[in-house]
Design a protein around this ligand. Structure first.
Ligand code: HEM
Ligand code: HEM
Length: 190
């Protein structure tokens, strides 16, 4: 009875986990769910950057930037933990180009953590504090800590750098792997 239970649990784990020939359902859900949420996040950043202050669409798209950004921060930490847990059995890339792809993915992870973390740091040192879904996480300070303002500027700069890298990532996945090389790299994530 006990042994059956243990076997069933390990069968479930095996089906959720990554394998050398494909990413498992948990990794795929993280990847495509977060891809959709990042698209919304960059739409709000683009509206903030491009539209005039009193534009209604800017107000709508900007209204969720902090809540979604904090949600993405938590999701990337969970996704990174799951990725590390599966590190030895994940699909690998062979050769020099493969190692470049792995390094590229590591930079994506790093930026997905650093970009929101910088803004959280800036908010912690600022007069407005930080809220999430209406709850106060960090109350505003009476006087701002000067050096944390630089973190806010880096948030925007590195945020756009992340957007550019993601465009390159999509071009490589669809243009290079699917259209030119016609290998299984896209299908093991789909
Ligand atoms: C991974 C998540 C995030 C991404 C990709 C991202 C991206 C960006 C980008 C590209 C900009 C520049 C917009 C412009 O040029 O006008 C920006 C600005 C901004 N972001 Fe984020 N963001 C994220 C998370 C957050 C979080 C968690 C917060 C709040 C704690 C936040 C608050 C802001 C604010 C207030 C600005 C306006 C400019 C400033 O004061 O720095 N963002 N974001
Ligand atoms: C149309 C959009 C996208 C396509 C077609 C795509 C495609 C892929 C493919 C095929 C892989 C597997 C590569 C391999 O076998 O190692 C992958 C991995 C990865 N992608 Fe994307 N991707 C997209 C959007 C995104 C976005 C928006 C992000 C980040 C927010 C992202 C982050 C990553 C990361 C970090 C990996 C490494 C594997 C992991 O740990 O999940 N991708 N992508």
């Amino acid at each position: 009875m006990m042994q059956n239970e243990v076997r069933r649990k390990s069968w479930n784990m095996r089906h959720l986990s990554d394998r050398p020939d494909r990413f498992g359902p948990v990794s795929r859900a993280f990847h495509w769910g977060m891809a959709a949420l990042f698209s919304l996040q960059f739409m709000s950043a683009a509206a903030h950057w491009a539209l005039p202050r009193d534009h209604a669409l800017r107000g709508t798209l900007w209204s969720y930037h902090t809540d979604l950004g904090l949600t993405l921060f938590v999701l990337v930490l969970l996704r990174g933990t799951w990725g590390l847990w599966n590190l030895r059995q994940r699909p690998r890339h062979a050769g020099l180009v493969g190692r470049a792809a792995t390094a590229g993915h590591a930079v994506l992870y790093l930026l997905m953590v650093i970009v929101p973390a910088l803004k959280i740091l800036a908010a912690a040192g600022g007069t407005r504090g930080l809220g999430y879904l209406g709850l106060t996480l960090i109350p505003g300070r009476e006087t701002a800590i000067d050096w944390t303002k630089a973190a806010a500027e880096w948030h925007a700069t590195l945020g756009w750098f992340l957007a550019a890298l993601l465009l390159g990532h999509i071009v490589m996945a669809i243009g290079w792997h699917r259209v030119i090389k016609r290998d299984d790299v896209l299908s093991r994530m789909v």
